[in-house]
Design a protein around this ligand. Sequence first.
Ligand code: FES
Length: 106
Amino acid sequence: MPKIVFNCPDGSQRIVETRVGSSIMDAGTRSGIPGIVAECGGALACATCHVYVAEQFRDAVGEVGDFEDEMLDDAAAERTEASRLSCQIPMTDALDGVEVTVAPAQ
Ligand code: FES
């Protein structure tokens, strides 16, 4: 199963295995990653699953969707070019080892 490296707001790093097709948000909430709130459960309605994707994985995670783009404008933490909503990133084998930093506020 592919792995996700989470850099948590408390400075800790956690590595989580998840199945292909599961979102990074799903893996984070199931594993109790601090700071992944995911109020809407992945319905693209809350922007509380905001993460920053490490530069080397930005191409692999794909483009920000149009509605995701609008939601990110309302995210609680600063939006950067690394910003994504983690519920919108389904895991693939190609993303094995993807590293994300959880936004400091959601
Ligand atoms: S969990 Fe609500 S937008 Fe991602």
